[in-house]
Design a protein around this ligand. Structure first.
Ligand code: AMP
Length: 452
């Protein structure tokens, strides 16, 4: 099947061609023709499958005739995180370049003024995080009577982040005679309930977990016998120093480790930067841009911060520690080996990871090959392969970790103190992208004290 077979117009096809796509992915093949008919779609697919184009292309097509009136958008795309919303907006701009459609990106961490200006001049498409969208509604800046298409992207992440009450509320605010395109990587009960309540006879389009991706990923383990942070960092550096590592993402389970590992890599001369939910939005965007441009080679990330990020062509994924769930392992390593390219994952494993390792092996059906990094798994040999700045002392984060978890950013109440129905985001995750308006980032002195 080619893009020409999907029922898209020459304008949209030409933009797709310019984006460099030749063949539609399975989710695109399944969802686009159905969505073009106006029917609801339940897409079960995760990031990396091409799902963004599978809802953006038909949306552009269906809206291409017509024009939004002031403050009366014609479609709404809801995303769980600001980064994901920004990526969807970027995709929309790429695919809609031959049309006159206008778009407003409504996310927290950015001032209201410019967003309101676009709304006032009439935006056909809103790409928004639920919190900021509701803020604008409460300020009376958006009228929803013209909404023809509503998209919910990464619904299961919305659930993780405590956004489901917001989504339900929004579903009740938009006209019932609309098309809904609903995407989720998994279908927990709460999501099934939402689908059953708010979608009308949806066509279910499901693409399997990235089995194709897995074939292109070679997975390795590096076993660190004492499991100390120092040994793990040394093993990580040796893994990054291996041949063929063009760029990579290092995943850590804890936000504080993200900072510590990034600092440690920087001190050892690597081009590395951290990304997690406590960092200011502007800094996260800048870091992501630098990583995409190649100015930063190694991105150190927490799971939630990295979720949904569209980072093309990563040669390697490193697990500083194994994730708590095997699903997250598959998700993490799926960041490499995309679109048929070869990739490698290297997981640093200490004795305390044995349970997680057993779960991963059970999940993927085999044990990844163990890499021998020249004795680095023994703590007394770990200096063997350290890069140039060996003279610098190792940071000692574990001695004085800041208690930032306690001061996890709170979600600002929307519409003033009186808003009782604001759902509390679940804080059981290690990261805090949940918070709309969490711009308050970790003061630098805290990090410095952690590294002293
Ligand atoms: P997504 O799952 O929407 O985040 O897309 C993952 C990546 O695949 C993005 O970098 C897209 O630009 C890219 N992509 C989407 N559709 C196609 C396609 N048909 N062919 C090649 N790459 C694609």
């Amino acid at each position: 099947m080619t893009f020409d077979d999907l029922g898209l117009s020459p304008k949209v096809l030409s933009a797709v061609k310019d984006a460099g796509y030749e063949t539609p992915t399975p989710i695109q093949q399944g969802a686009i023709p159905v969505a073009l008919t106006g029917r609801d779609v339940l897409g079960i697919a995760q990031t990396g499958t091409g799902k963004t184009a599978s809802f953006t292309l038909p949306l552009i097509e269906r809206l291409s005739r017509g024009r939004a009136k002031a403050r009366m958008p014609r479609s709404l795309i809801l995303c769980p995180t600001r980064e994901l919303a920004a990526q969807v907006a970027e995709n929309f701009t790429t695919y809609s370049k031959n049309t006159k459609l206008t778009m407003a990106l409504l996310i927290g961490g950015v001032s209201y003024g410019p967003q309101e200006k676009i709304l006032n001049s009439g935006a056909d498409v809103l790409v928004a995080t639920p919190g900021r969208f509701l803020d604008h509604c409460e300020r009376g800046k958006i009228l929803l009577t013209d909404i023809q298409i509503m998209v919910v992207d990464e619904a299961d992440r919305m659930l993780d982040m405590g956004f489901i009450p917001d989504i339900e509320r929004i579903f009740k605010m938009v006209p019932p005679r609309r098309q809904t395109l609903f995407f989720s990587a998994t279908m927990p009960n709460e999501i099934v309930r939402l689908v059953n309540t708010f979608l009308k006879d949806p066509e279910r389009v499901e693409v399997s977990r990235p089995a194709q991706t897995a074939e292109t990923i070679t997975q390795y383990l590096v076993k660190v016998s004492d499991g100390s942070p120092k040994s793990k960092r040394a093993a990580l550096r040796a893994a990054i120093n291996r041949e063929g590592v063009k760029n990579g993402i290092v995943f850590c389970n804890r936000k504080r480790d993200v900072d510590v590992v990034a600092r440690s890599l920087q001190r050892h001369g690597f081009s590395a930067a951290p990304i997690h939910g406590d960092l200011a939005q502007s800094l996260r965007t800048q870091t992501l841009d630098e990583f995409k441009s190649g100015a930063v080679r190694i991105l150190v990330a927490s799971d939630v911060a990295a979720r949904g990020l569209d980072i093309p062509a990563v040669s390697h994924v490193f697990n500083y520690d194994l994730p708590r769930s095997p699903d997250d392992y598959v998700h993490r390593i799926g960041r490499t080996g995309r679109a048929g390219l070869k990739g490698e994952s290297v997981s640093v494993v200490g004795p305390e990871d044995s349970k997680s390792l057993a779960a991963v092996i059970k999940h993927i059906g085999s044990e990844p090959e163990t890499l021998d990094l020249g004795g680095l798994t023994k703590p007394d040999n770990q200096k063997a392969k350290e890069p140039s700045s060996e003279a610098k002392p190792e940071p000692k984060p574990e001695q004085a970790e800041p208690t930032r978890e306690k001061s996890a950013p709170r979600r600002r109440s929307r519409g003033g103190a009186g808003r009782k129905d604001a759902p509390k985001p679940r804080q059981d995750k290690d990261d805090s992208d949940v918070a709309e308006g969490f711009g308050d980032h970790v003061p630098d002195f805290l990090l410095r004290s952690a590294l002293a």
